[in-house]
Design a protein. Structure first.
Length: 184
């Protein structure tokens, strides 16, 4: 693992960003357990609210509307844990398309330390076998490779720091490394 970027922790929340299949949920669950934080995976929240799978939402409403739905799910976290003025002790795992919403990324940067889990496209494609049905914004008009390249710039722009993942990484070791890096 290697990092790049600013490691100043904005507060006691961590947001993991990166492509679908990179390991945000796996690492996030390990982080939450180790720190005794609450883990929040945004995709299941959206599916529950909409009573549809992610791909169905994208097919029915389109990419732009899905991004708006995702944005609302994140912005509505503000009152989580009974805190009116912010979030506390959360590990947030948004969908990979969250970086298409500057408003949401500003909110996350203000309320959490944003960590980009940077895995290679090849290692992600080895883990993700359901691309057409997974619910990935942009796949109707672009290849996964094109989305990967397009989002890479945005992930790096918004991250407080980046964790460069090896193809055979262990989520518990990545979580421990993040904890050490953030000095929690």
């Amino acid at each position: 693992m290697r990092d790049a970027g600013d490691t100043n922790m904005n507060n006691r929340n961590i947001t993991l960003i990166g492509m679908a299949g990179v390991g945000k949920s796996a690492v996030g669950k390990k982080l939450a357990k180790r720190l005794n934080y609450k883990f929040i995976d945004i995709d299941p929240i959206i599916e529950k609210r909409m009573e549809m799978r992610l791909q169905q939402i994208i097919d029915k409403f389109g990419d732009a509307e899905f991004i708006r739905i995702e944005e609302n799910a994140i912005l509505n976290l503000k009152g989580w844990n009974g805190k009116q003025n912010g979030l506390d002790k959360l590990i947030i795992s948004p969908g990979g398309s969250i970086v298409y919403s500057p408003r949401t990324m500003q909110f996350l940067r203000k309320n959490s330390t944003v960590v980009f889990l940077d895995g290679s496209m090849e290692s992600i494609l080895e883990r993700v076998h359901n691309l057409p049905t997974r619910g990935i914004v942009g796949l109707k008009n672009k290849t996964f490779e094109e989305l990967f390249d397009e989002r890479l710039v945005l992930y790096r722009r918004y991250a407080n720091f980046t964790v460069e993942l090896q193809p055979d990484f262990e989520s518990s070791k990545v979580a421990e490394w993040i904890i050490k890096k953030l000095k929690i």
